[in-house]
Design a protein around this ligand. Sequence first.
Ligand code: GLN
Length: 545
Amino acid sequence: MAKSTRYIFVTGGVASSLGKGIAAAGLGTLLIQRGVSAEIMKLDPYLNVDPGTMSPFQHGEVFVTDDGAETDLDLGHYERFLDKPTSRLNSATAGQVYENVIRKERRGDYLGSTVQVIPHITDEVKRRILATAREKKPDVLLIEIGGTVGDIESLPFLEAIRQFPYDVGKENCLFLHLTLLPYISASGESKTKPTQHSVKALREIGIQPDGLILRTEHAMDAGQRRKIAMFCNVEERAVFESVNVGVIYEVPLMLHRQGLDEWVCRKLGIESSEAHIADWENLIARIHSARQEVRIGVVGKYIELNDAYISIYESLKAAAYHEDARLEIVKIDSEQSPEQLSEALAAVDGVLIPGGFGPRGIEGKIFAATWAREHKVPYFGICLGMQVAMIAFARSVCGIGDANSTEFNEHTNNPVIDLMTTQKAVLNLGGTMRLGAYPMKIKKGTKAESVYKATEAQERHRHRYEVNNVDRPRLEEMGMVISGTFEETDLVEMIELKEHPWYVGCQFHPEFQSRPLKPHPLFKGFVAAAITQRKSIAAKGAARG
Ligand code: GLN
């Protein structure tokens, strides 16, 4: 076993969205399966301190860690693949790096020197990588650099990692570069030139990659591999490919078949066992042999963006894998008319409303929550999805016509969802979010207890508004069950309805803790209920026919 931490730097070239995070996570998984402890951290070159303030159009999902950091969605991949929680140590942005350097400058820590990108920013980047290694003590720390080589933004990060081997020893570092091998259909061949250029750009700033991973639609032939090795100055053995796969969880297996993990361990002088990949192989086999179908409608306003709800989608898939079902996700835009929404909702076996902020599309979500309740179709409301279920219930079951959240109508007379008094005193929006893991007490005899098989759980939060405790008795009287609470300040964590096959809402984000090999109990319960729903409708149809 490695005595000190080894470092693997993963950079990307040619284009963004090549799946660098998934490739890094795939390699991390293989290392763990070899008995090598691995951690991954992401360095993001943007100047936002964290992605919490970015629109989903810009950034996709904001992934929240147990310790309440708002981070890049790649951390979600890391957790799902490596099956361990990340923390704020697993991510650093240029915003955080600059903020810290400027804070030190104001404090006078630099003793009169001119503060510069090199060495002050680069030193801060290196300090953060070393701090993660020191705290987490992994055998291998993978460091994924966001962005594409050639961007101005990522230069300080690349310079920092160029220097890194001089601080910790060359033998302890490995550079992997992920590029694209585009297929030109007119000539019927894949082209290596963009990769050559990307490696050239990397070498110009002093980084010679040890290995390459080429993202490609068509497998490389021996000639291409030789050519890439020759012109990029890497050993032929170190040219790996990542061919498009149907399911991202095949990536570790694909990389393993090419011997990536074995090559990495040899290069870094790590003694380890063979990778135990049976669980992943079984998962893939199970996915491919699934027979039954299930259709889940996800009602949201960023529905056209795959990345905006990525952990939700992965959690639904994981639950479907577990139920041996083929999942079809039907993306339903919440800004449609009630007629359009009804039509879309009638075609699914379960309705999920994910988290969200702001008033746009909110009435469509309230409509969908009401529709699922009235039609007894399985419903799962997450965070905002729970809040709209509450509003829908208050309006149509309790007869409180103007029930709302003060997020959408500040002047409503019936704020069933509201800021807590303690929050109202805080003017800065950033200071009022409930972020990270909180313990929940689960009520006995509820659906929540039956799926968690426990009376306590820890779940991650990212929201500002809460169920108004003043309204709880009215809602409970009419059949709303409060099935989970945060006892310390008596906040509602989960709700459900008795007279419904599955109508469940949670104030937290279970999708951040669901794993492909260990789907979250709430997602499992919901997808199982949707499958039952589908079967009962089919049975009724058959009886009628
Ligand atoms: N906008 C709601 C709140 O701030 C819900 C947030 C969410 O769904 N993550 O409470």
